[in-house]
Design a protein around this ligand. Structure first.
Ligand code: SAM
Length: 263
């Protein structure tokens, strides 16, 4: 298909939105563009470019198609088991402030799952550790929902009833995370590709996010994660990713099944 048109379109998306299209895999971009173009019955990138220029709301739809927001509470439960049993004991072994970062947090289910898990783990000791969970994404619509902390009945389906009883309260349109959970999670807009990373982190989760990034971009992000962590800190990539590039030699493999790495 028209390669020139594709490159033009990729640059235009970067220029007109905050979406760093040239840093994503070409295959992914083309697949997602095809979804929008099919819906509009448009067959060339150039034609789609013309359409985008005239219709601002199409940018919104395109961004929705490009950022895949699928997530759920305690997604991949064995990863959370490993964090609870193997990682939390290590990062809480001294009485210190704990800083966790859920990078690419979508609508907040990942950082809130971590928050509930950590509150369970710490019990009364939460005051000694004053935990903060930073949670970031590039999708402002998802971040707005995350900050509100309200989820529908469908979204909490399958969640262990113990968590539902202990950490949620009924809300007119579903369930809301209690204040004690919301208080330790701080949402922020942050682009993993272009924004500076937070510092002095004890545990980073980056799951199902960099999957569509170009290889050289992933390698750079992994190095940045290394620098963002405290000595002895952990990086959890989850089942879909494995470390690449120089970071592979710098991190120690801590748990192969869950792809957990230690600094
Ligand atoms: C599939 S969700 C994963 C959510 C969660 N980590 C999980 O595993 O359930 C991927 C998220 O990554 C976000 N994302 C994509 N590109 C990003 C970037 N450059 N910087 C930060 N977040 C990004 C998307 O907006 C989306 O919300």
């Amino acid at each position: 298909m028209d390669e020139y048109g594709f490159r033009l379109l990729r640059e235009r998306i970067k220029r007109d939105t905050n979406f760093n299209a040239p840093c994503y895999e070409e295959k992914h971009l083309k697949r997602r563009l095809a979804v929008r173009m099919r819906a509009l019955n448009i067959s060339t990138y150039q034609e789609y470019l013309g359409f985008l220029s005239n219709k601002n709301e199409e940018y919104h739809r395109l961004l929705r198609a490009l950022t895949i927001n699928v997530t759920k509470f305690f997604r991949d439960p064995t990863t959370y088991d490993a964090i609870y049993k193997l990682v939390f004991p290590k990062i809480t072994s001294s009485k210190k402030h704990i800083r966790i970062w859920s990078s690419g947090c979508s609508d907040g289910k990942e950082p809130y799952s971590l928050a509930m898990l950590l509150l369970d783990f710490l019990g009364d000791k939460v005051v000694d550790h004053t935990p903060v969970i930073y949670a970031s994404d590039i999708d402002d619509e998802m971040l707005r929902k995350a900050k509100r902390g309200v989820y529908s009945k469908n979204e909490v389906e399958g969640l262990d009833s113990r968590y539902l009883l202990r950490y949620f309260e009924k809300y007119p349109d579903g369930y809301r995370l209690k204040k004690k959970v919301r208080d330790i999670v701080r949402f922020q807009h942050r682009d993993l590709i272009s924004d500076p990373m937070p510092k002095c982190i004890d545990l980073i989760l980056c799951r199902n996010v960099v999957i569509y990034f170009a290889k050289n971009v992933k390698e750079k992000i992994y190095l940045n994660f290394y620098n963002a962590l405290n000595p002895g800190g952990f990086l959890v990539l989850g089942k879909t990713e494995t470390l690449l590039g120089r970071a592979r030699e710098m991190f120690k493999l801590f748990n192969n099944v869950e792809r957990i790495y230690a600094k």
